[in-house]
Design a protein around this ligand. Structure first.
Ligand code: ADP
Length: 469
């Protein structure tokens, strides 16, 4: 994975823009800073690039792209904006939503200009039209890093940022540790792109005790370091009450679980609990389904599919790769619902009655008991689950990204608890809060990392430089 990357072993004493973290936010910031003519250096605390970005489903929410046009999808920036605000339950910072909307298409063109390619576009949570663009995340980061390397940027692995150093009111350096010991790197500006804290049980317990039974995924290095370093300088945090897990992951650690799970519910499946009963409107954002699932007895639930749902499998989009899961033995399969019920050890008649009732309501037009009228968001029409074989995917909730974090302004400057910028400190990606508010649209975590990372890198590069190189 490191072949051709602009790897550096020698620790610099002074750089222009210092980027902390090598997920998409960091890689976009590094390249943008290098393109702006700055000496940009990235440090990554683990031995490999990518953080949670390369463990995600790899979907980006863009509106107005070539892929959408090719598939005849009519989308617009205004519709994207409206969906973002509604999905956030109007709790998102409108300035950040506008920033995303204003810069998403140019960032898409910037990424594709650097060779990033997207596959077939799908609808997913919070999207009133299909706008989830799948891509190979590792390939994307490698392209950005190589392009940055050609402009002189450098990457140091196994180098952990420990503390931000502030002098005369501005951030001037970062203290780091390396396998060879501690070091201080001076910088004109610092971009925090250290990701979230899905791998920190302490921070999760502090902000989201309801996640006690959730599984944890995400980059191994995503432990909230950036949050803590910025807190020390008085940074504000926002959106912590809305930290949520993602529904659909296999219910226990499994070698063939790629960390994202599946969302067969968005292609027509239903979700049932261990009593064989539905418990939620399955068209809701998968964060909200995740909350509902965590509240079910025994926590584990089942997505129940029939052959019609399985037939919609896509090997391009991990969350819809039902056939791949079947091959990996992650689906329980039966010729009848009664047999499936028995294999899952559900109470007798429970699943059969649930599906019979679900199908009957669809046939005679009785409103769904949980208010489901579409398959995901406002897209797709529910259909009867009646074509054998039947399948069940034991599903839990996983914390992959944490969605809350530092307060920033629309220049991506980190703001302190009183709303004043902490000079020369920028942040982008998963480490920031304010953008998702109370809900989450698929593809906006990667989206905000790319869009805001690029902007943060450019703004950081525009700071007055004391560096001649
Ligand atoms: P984003 O989507 O915001 O880019 P990611 O989770 O993909 O977030 O990437 C964050 C990266 O930051 C991870 O690779 C993680 O290991 C790295 N990281 C976290 N803390 C530190 C730190 N203290 N110093 C350097 N890198 C860090």
């Amino acid at each position: 994975m490191t072949a051709g990357l602009p790897l550096e072993r020698e620790l610099p004493d002074r750089v222009g823009v210092l980027v902390l973290g090598s997920g998409l936010a960091g890689c976009a910031a590094l390249l943008a800073a290098a393109e702006a003519g700055q000496f940009a250096v990235m440090i990554e605390k683990t031995g490999g690039i990518g953080g949670s970005t390369v463990r995600s489903a790899g979907l980006t929410a863009f509106a107005g792209t070539d892929e959408q046009a090719g598939q005849g999808v009519a989308d617009s920036v205004e519709l994207l904006r409206q969906d973002l605000l509604e999905t956030s339950r109007h709790l998102a910072d409108e300035g950040l939503v506008d920033l995303y909307c204003d810069h998403q298409l140019e960032t898409y063109r910037w990424l594709t200009g650097h060779g990033v390619r997207y596959g077939e576009v799908h609808a997913a949570s919070g999207q009133s039209v299909p706008r989830s663009h799948p891509t190979d995340t590792t390939g994307m980061l490698v392209k950005l890093l190589k392009a940055a390397g050609l402009l002189g940027a450098r990457l140091l692995l196994d180098t952990k940022a420990e503390r931000l150093v502030r002098e005369d009111g501005r951030v001037v350096a970062v203290d780091v540790t390396t396998p060879h010991g501690p070091h201080r790197i001076h910088a004109d500006a610092v971009v925090l792109a250290t990701g979230g804290f899905s791998q920190s049980p302490e921070l999760l317990a502090r902000f989201a005790p309801q996640m006690e039974h959730a599984l944890r995924a995400g980059g191994e290095g995503c432990q909230g370091d950036g949050l803590l370093m910025a807190w020390e300088l008085g940074a504000g945090v926002v959106d912590t009450p809305y930290l949520k897990g993602t529904y659909g992951i296999y219910h226990r650690p499994h070698p063939d679980e790629d960390g994202t799970g599946i969302l067969a519910v968005y292609k027509g499946a239903i979700a049932v609990n261990r009593e064989g009963r539905r418990f939620v409107d399955e068209s809701l954002p998968y964060k909200e389904i995740g909350d509902a699932a965590l509240a079910q007895p025994g926590v584990t639930t089942y997505q129940v599919l029939d052959a019609q749902v399985l037939a919609q499998t896509s090997d391009e989009v991990p969350i819809y790769d039902f056939a791949g899961r079947e091959r990996a033995g992650l689906l329980v399969t039966a010729d009848t619902l009664a047999e499936l019920e028995r294999l899952l050890d559900l109470p007798e008649h429970s699943l059969v009655d649930t599906v019979t009732d679900y199908n009957r309501r669809l046939a005679d037009g009785t409103p769904d008991e949980f208010g489901r009228s579409h398959l995901s968001g406002g897209v797709g029409t529910p259909f009867a689950l009646e074509v054998p074989p039947f399948y069940a995917h034991p599903s839990g909730t996983v914390v992959l990204a944490t969605y809350c974090g530092l307060t920033v302004d629309t220049r991506l400057r980190v703001l302190d608890v009183f709303g004043e910028p902490i000079e020369r400190l920028y942040a982008a990606g998963e480490v920031i809060g304010g953008f998702h508010g109370g809900g989450y649209m698929t593809g906006t975590s990667i989206g905000k990392s790319g869009i805001f990372g690029r902007l943060a890198g450019a703004h950081a590069a525009a700071e007055e430089s004391e560096l001649a190189w």
